[in-house]
Design a protein around this ligand. Structure first.
Ligand code: G6P
Length: 620
């Protein structure tokens, strides 16, 4: 949510900043802006809309400088407008900064600063930080601080953040100190790339790819003081933490569109590979179980677990629901799936044998991070199922499982969902084999999992049929998504995908629960998508389908290959390969991803950058 970039070095900063903003645009695309320092002045360009619009105005009216910052915005305080776009200036322009996060006490601070004579031009919370840094600087200079000493500026930032309540990733330039960039974080991610005589700053590692191979993630309460020939980390108490330099693992190829028109489509079609990556090296045929390198829990501790809490947001929460069914079925351990935004403020009773898993693609979702920290504080083993290597959640968890799905750029999550479900299946298998699950049962699950990449490949062939179905229904304004057991979370996820990128109202429901309300919505203009592969209660799902048909509701069915019965009842059928009931979400979710994609395309929506959304929600 909001992306930040920064550069200090010998080159013109513009190239890195603008390219970095393009790569970070998934974090927000309400507006974009840059600030470049040229001698003792700072030029600013900012504009509502996409990074490409910013690039256009910079082309017409260029600015120069070898130190700079940039920002792509997801609006929280103040509507998307040119004036509310970052960077913001403080004082009389002596401070320029960009911010990711929310300053919760901004109105108190703003009133105080107004009384001191500061004039506010924007409706943002960020402007408060800019004026506050300028004020702290002014005060310390008045008290005799040395304007030629870098520490004077570091202290102005440090005393500002002491007064801020909320979350921030900040990158600050000072008009009168060319070549100095100060960055600091609490709750919003920042990473520094180390080059030769140059440093790069970004909200995540993607802008750094191709620019550097060594990176340092900032931790909360850390401040980076960067010039072209020095990079120092400081904690708020003035100490210098040990700097942990890591190798950057991403490649440019991971973020290229290749032959695809949209990242979402590319990521949907990557799923045979991403599922294979999630499985690689994690199946133990001899013991008929799963193995993970990074759980950091010994078998005794794992056996003692008597309850599991899965916490997440959005699509990851839906994956958690599938995980609940799997773990309870295979391992007979009670599982709860908690919205992270609720869990962080609730205080559910949890025994010391409760294990927590935070499920997250980005590893930066503010609510998931806060829920995880709250559970950790109470002493529970807290693990992460995460895609983004080096993200805050991955670093702070006691252990965890990486998805290895590669960067997911489309705002609507697709491949991360199926990788999360794959990893949760392996986890359920591991816990099951430590308890009730038999060796033959374990073997059967492993062989089904091993076949999954090929099954997904076959499933993707349904795209032509999906296109046909999309053409028929894309003008509908309401959709119902219905499924039972393992396909209930799939129905929720299918509805979410459609809402996110097509702006169509869609509700996901357990198919039988439909009778308790949503059936009132059924009419000839409201399609119902039944996720109805063969399963234990298939006949019951058929009855629900008949109930919709009896009320003239059009039915789109997701069914197993060769299901002639459903082909007679439903208006349209999208067939998927027959797989074990427990693994059905991996195949049934795919036509729903494609359906949402194709409907969004037909409605002319921006699939990869849907309105109002952001890929990584780093504010509450
Ligand atoms: C945002 C994204 C969703 C994602 C959710 C949780 O809402 O748009 O696609 O599922 O955040 O994100 P996480 O990175 O924690 O999985």
């Amino acid at each position: 949510m909001c992306g930040i970039v920064g550069y200090v070095g010998p080159k013109q900063a513009y190239g890195y900043l603008i390219e970095g903003l393009f790569r970070l645009e998934y974090r927000g695309y309400d507006s974009a802006g840059i600030a470049l320092q040229n001698g003792n002045q700072i030029g600013i360009r900012k504009k509502t809309g996409r990074v490409s619009q910013l690039a256009e105005i910079c082309k017409q009216d260029p600015i120069k400088g070898s130190t700079g910052i940039g920002h792509t915005r997801w609006a929280t305080h103040g509507e998307p407008s040119d004036v509310n776009s970052h960077p913001h200036t403080g004082g009389n322009g002596e401070v320029v900064l960009v911010h990711n996060g929310v300053i919760e006490n901004y109105s108190i601070l703003r009133d105080r600063l107004r009384e001191l004579g500061y004039v506010f031009h924007t409706a943002t919370d960020t402007e408060v930080a800019a004026h506050l840094v300028a004020h702290q600087l002014k005060e310390s200079l008045k008290q005799g601080a040395d304007p030629g000493d870098q520490q004077t500026y570091v202290r102005a930032v440090e005393s500002t953040i002491k007064q801020i309540k909320g979350t921030y990733g900040l990158a600050v330039l000072f008009r009168d100190v060319p070549g100095l960039l100060i960055a600091t974080r609490l709750g919003s991610p920042l990473v520094v790339g180390i080059g030769r005589g140059e440093y790069f700053l970004a909200s995540d590692a993607s802008p750094l790819v191709g620019n550097t191979e060594e990176i340092v993630y900032l931790n909360d309460h850390e401040t980076a003081v960067i010039t072209a020939n020095s990079f120092v980390l400081r904690r708020q108490d003035g100490t210098e933490p040990t700097m942990s330099i890591r190798a950057l693992e991403q490649t440019t190829q991971d973020t290229d569109l290749g032959e695809y028109e949209h990242y979402m489509l590319k990521e949907i079609f990557e799923q045979p590979q991403t599922i294979e990556n999630a499985l690689r090296g994690r199946m133990d045929d001899d013991e008929a179980t799963a193995k993970f390198g990074g759980l950091n829990l010994d078998p005794q501790t794992l056996r003692r677990i008597d309850r599991i809490v899965l916490t997440a947001c959005g699509t990851s929460w839906h994956a958690g629901l599938v995980g609940e069914y799997l773990i309870e079925e295979f391992a007979r351990i009670p599982v709860e799936v908690e919205y992270a935004s609720e869990l962080r403020y609730r205080n559910p009773p949890m025994s010391d044998r409760t294990m927590i898993f935070a499920i997250t693609q980005s590893g930066e979702t503010a609510d998931t991070l806060a829920a995880m920290r709250e559970c950790k504080r109470k002493g529970h083993p807290t693990l992460a199922i995460c895609n983004t290597v080096g993200s805050t959640i991955a670093r702070e968890a006691d252990g965890g499982i990486y998805l290895h799905a590669g960067p997911e750029i489309g705002v609507a999550s697709t491949k991360a969902f199926t990788s999360q479900v794959t990893v949760l299946t392996l986890l359920a298998l591991l816990l099951g084999r430590m308890r009730h699950l038999s060796h033959p049962e374990g073997k059967r699950i492993i062989s089904q999992l091993r076949a999954m990449p090929e099954k997904i490949r076959q499933t993707l062939k349904c795209f032509d049929k999906v296109k046909e179905v999309a053409r028929k229904y894309y003008t509908a304004e309401n959709f119902l998504y219905l499924g039972r057991l393992y396909n209930f979370p799939v129905a929720l996820e299918g509805a979410l995908k459609l809402k996110e990128i097509s702006y169509i109202h869609a509700e996901g429901y357990p198919a039988a629960e439909m009778k308790h309300g949503p059936i009132a919505l059924v009419d000839e203009n409201t399609p119902s998508v039944f996720v109805a592969p063969r399963c234990e209660i298939y006949p019951k799902v058929m009855s629900n389908l008949e109930e919709v048909k009896a009320r003239k509701g059009p039915v789109i069915a997701i069914a197993c290959d060769g299901d002639d019965k459903i082909a007679h009842l439903a208006d349209d059928v999208i067939f998927v390969p027959d797989v074990d009931e427990h693994l059905q979400p991996l195949v049934t979710s795919i036509p729903l991803q494609l359906l949402a994609y194709q409907i969004a395309i037909l409605r002319g929506c921006n699939v990869d950058r849907p309105r109002n959304l952001a890929k990584s929600v780093t504010v509450e």
